[in-house]
Design a protein around this ligand. Sequence first.
Ligand code: B12
Length: 132
Amino acid sequence: MEQPIRLLLAKIGLDTHTIGITVLAKELRDRGIEVIFSGLKQTPEQVVRAALQEDVDVIGVSCLSGGHMTHLKVLAEQMRALGIDDRILIVGGVVPEEDVEPLKTIGVDRVFTMGANMDDIAAYLRSAVAAA
Ligand code: B12
């Protein structure tokens, strides 16, 4: 039987906006994706260590604090340092359009912002993991 996709959903720093990540966790579970939640107020290092321990296919960071550039830069560096930069890295939340390309340069594979459709996110995860 095909293994389900494993996704670590993470919140970094002082950002306690939890509505989006809670909706996302439920909706993606309903679509057959195994979701692990990091908990709040994590450091990028803690997130990457959890991703390694849980052997996830995807790390998904939800960021509404405006700190996405700083956090994702450190996270991508840590992924390289621990040798898991082959995993898919996605971001959602409040991310201005002009930050999308710089995030991709850092190593983010895809950005989903307000109003992102759950079927589109699940379809993206399936195709990205299949292609990885
Ligand atoms: C509700 C809300 C709050 C609530 C949060 C309640 C809670 N438990 O979550 C409360 C009132 C507590 C709050 C507090 C604050 N807030 Co507030 N808040 C909002 C608001 C109005 C809506 C956020 C929301 O829940 N949206 C609904 C969910 C469903 O949408 P979403 O999170 O965007 O998620 C969707 C997508 O983005 C995507 N997605 C999200 N995460 C991920 C992750 C992955 C991996 C993927 C694939 C997709 C994905 O999928 C979801 C479904 O489509 C936004 C305004 C806005 N337009 O976003 C401001 C906003 C985020 N808040 C803001 C601010 C400034 C604050 C405060 C600092 C205010 C203050 N001075 O105290 C505090 C900070 C608290 C903290 N420590 O983090 C700013 C942030 C500014 C910035 N980023 O530059 C915003 C943008 C308002 C604004 N326009 O200024 N807030």
